[in-house]
Design a protein. Structure first.
Length: 262
């Protein structure tokens, strides 16, 4: 029995409705899937932002604690001793009938040295100090007390043209470099420390090198005592960077921090 034109029309209408419904369903499905994915990305970004802000705050607290420890140590070991010596010299001159010009010159020299040390402390007084400094200048100031010990010769160098950094990223990078330096000072037993900044077209690289005793990188990262290294790696990733650690026993270590430009 032949199909009637009416039956064909009904079939086409029915098929069109089914296709249209399927099309609408696909649109709704993909729209909901996109919304869910977009929502997940947003939540992931918010979570990452929260972690970054928490780490940044922790970094600032650590920088402040380190600064206070440095101030306490410097005042006790250097400024306090210098001023105590100046006081003794003044008491000696006070008991003398004649003015002792050489000793007076020594008093002036010691007080001048104490003032110079206090100015150095003032440079490091606040963890906000790097806001008005470039990352290079901030790190150079950080190496001053290392060089004053006379045990480690620390040097900062730069290749390429320095580029301005986002303030929060700069704060975090500064703390990362501080942590690398602390790791070297505490464990490397080195005599030479190099901090090299290399500015490339798409990224900057920071090399923290020492000529110390070296260590087993994999073992240090897996041990519970290697939390400091893991912390450095976490903070580098939070500013979109990459951390490489190279070390050879008896030959030294290198921390390589790679950070893309904004």
């Amino acid at each position: 029995m032949a199909k009637t034109p009416t039956a064909d029309i009904y079939f086409l209408i029915f098929a069109s409705i089914i296709l249209f419904a399927a099309f609408i369903f696909c649109i709704i499905y993909f729209f909901n899937h996109y919304r869910k994915k977009e929502r997940k990305n947003f939540l992931d970004q918010q979570a990452l932002k929260t972690v970054f802000e928490r780490e940044l705050l922790q970094s600032k607290i650590e920088m402040q604690e380190q600064t206070f420890n440095y101030i306490s140590q410097e005042i006790h070991d250097n400024v306090g001793q210098i001023l105590s010596l100046a006081k003794v010299q003044i008491n000696i001159m006070n008991e003398s009938v004649n003015v002792n010009n050489p000793m007076l010159d020594q008093v002036k020299e010691n007080i001048g040295k104490a003032l110079s040390d206090l100015r150095g402390i003032a440079k490091r007084l606040s963890n906000e100090r790097i806001r008005d400094l470039s990352i290079l200048d901030a790190v150079r100031i950080e190496t001053e007390p290392i060089n004053k010990t006379g045990i480690i010769n620390a040097n900062v160098s730069v290749k390429g043209d320095e580029r301005k950094m986002d303030e929060q990223k700069k704060q975090m990078l500064f703390r990362i470099i501080q942590e690398c330096l602390q790791n070297v000072i505490k464990h490397a037993e080195c005599s030479r420390l190099e901090i090299d900044f290399c500015y490339l077209p798409e990224k900057m690289e920071v090399f923290v090198r020492d000529n110390g005793k070296g260590f087993d990188v994999d073992k240090a990262l897996s041990d519970s005592d290697g939390l400091g290294l893991q912390n450095i790696r976490t903070r580098v990733s939070l500013i979109g960077g990459e951390l490489l650690i190279e070390s050879t026993i008896s030959k030294g270590s290198t921390f390589i921090i790679k950070i893309p430009h904004e």
